[in-house]
Ligand binder design. Structure first.
Ligand SMILES: [Zn+2]
Length: 357
């Protein structure tokens, strides 16, 4: 369904945005993520929730592309505070959730070539799942992207195109390539299938907390796909009567690049995964945060470095982007700014660690 003109069409008929140019959402009959579980014999991956994923035609319009993603550990760090280790994934980040579902749709549609823009984990994830699906993918990265990312992308067999002019220029180049027929736009920002893959994180948290929604979830936010995924997932649990409340969603940005907090981006940040100056879904992301009762938290570069070290001392070696949630939660002591939610055994707070070091 189009957010602007209300047009409803089949997933197979539309591209990565509406004919009117606006972003797309998915709509469908409400389903109960828990009722839909089969129980024993369920795949030990996010595919246990496949009946509430936007996949219709049972193999006709999609073909499962999986590396066993999902079901990441939830680890207590102190009473009432848990870390969700979503960096324990096939390519080391939560992006595998979205890439698996998105590339399953692409494979089902018979896509042979795809294009994507990224400067980090999304590029790695899409390249890996493209390899798994046998789809030739080109990843557009901004010039200066870290060799760790570019080497990973190339090792998966994807073609790499370095674009001068920063993250937005790389996105523009990928969109232009898609529109000129170079390939299917496997965008983690525009493709709503991606966000529905990410929503499985909400179902997992609910199951891991014995059928409870957390009081609050704290996540790094750049494009905000994780915020949107949690929002959709918990909304489905609420609608099914499984959760008693929507968790407060706290989105963390680096002070140097915090457009979601209304700050003008300036300077660079070690949290590269959330350094997005103009997130296309900013309005939706801000709305989800505010309606959930959460807020956007910002962290300084100094606190990022300290948090990175502090988390590693707990055995959790994550990228600086992920350490932002630990920094925002005052190294686990509670939010550094604003009213803290009541945390405790009955109302746990979950910090999502999104990417491996
Ligand atoms: Zn439209």
């Amino acid at each position: 369904v189009c957010r602007r003109c209300g047009r409803i069409d089949d997933l197979t008929a539309l591209g990565w945005r509406c004919y009117c140019g606006a972003l797309l959402d998915l709509t469908g009959p409400p389903a109960d993520p828990v009722q839909e579980l089969d129980g024993p014999g369920e795949p030990w991956s996010l595919w246990r929730y496949r009946r509430v994923l936007p996949l219709t035609g049972d193999g006709e319009f999609w073909r499962k592309v999986t590396l066993g993603e999902g079901l990441s550990p939830l680890v207590p760090v102190r009473p009432g505070l848990w870390c969700k280790l979503d960096y324990v994934m096939p390519t080391g980040s939560f992006k595998d959730r979205g890439a698996a579902v998105m590339m399953s749709v692409a494979a089902g549609l018979g896509v042979r070539r795809a294009v994507v823009d990224s400067s980090g984990n999304a590029g790695k994830a899409v390249a890996a799942y493209s390899a798994r699906a046998g789809i030739d993918t080109t990843v557009y990265v901004p010039a200066g992207t870290s060799p760790a990312v570019t080497q990973a992308v190339e090792s998966f067999g994807a073609m790499l195109v370095s674009v001068p002019g920063g993250r937005s220029a790389a996105a523009r180049a990928a969109r232009e390539a898609a529109e000129s027929g170079a390939g299917w736009y496997a965008s983690h920002v525009y493709r709503p299938e991606f966000v529905h893959g990410v929503k499985t994180l909400a179902f997992e948290l609910w199951e891991q907390l014995d059928g409870r929604a957390p009081a609050a979830v704290v996540v790094p936010a750049g494009n905000g796909t994780l915020v949107l995924g949690l929002w959709i997932g918990f909304r489905e649990l609420l609608a099914a009567g499984r959760a008693a409340r929507m968790p407060r969603i706290f989105a963390v940005q680096a002070e140097n690049c915090a457009p979601l907090a209304g700050l003008h981006p300036h300077g660079s940040t070690a949290a590269k995964g959330i350094a997005i100056a103009e997130p296309p879904r900013a309005g939706e992301v801000r709305a989800a945060v505010v309606v959930s009762g959460g807020r956007v938290l910002t962290v300084t570069e100094a606190s990022l470095h300290e948090a990175h070290r502090s988390l590693a001392r707990l055995g959790m070696d994550v990228e600086p982007t992920s350490a932002s949630v630990w920094a925002a939660w005052g190294m686990g002591e509670g939010p550094t700014a604003g009213a803290p939610p009541t945390a405790g055994e009955e109302a746990p707070v979950v910090l999502v660690l999104t990417g491996a070091a």
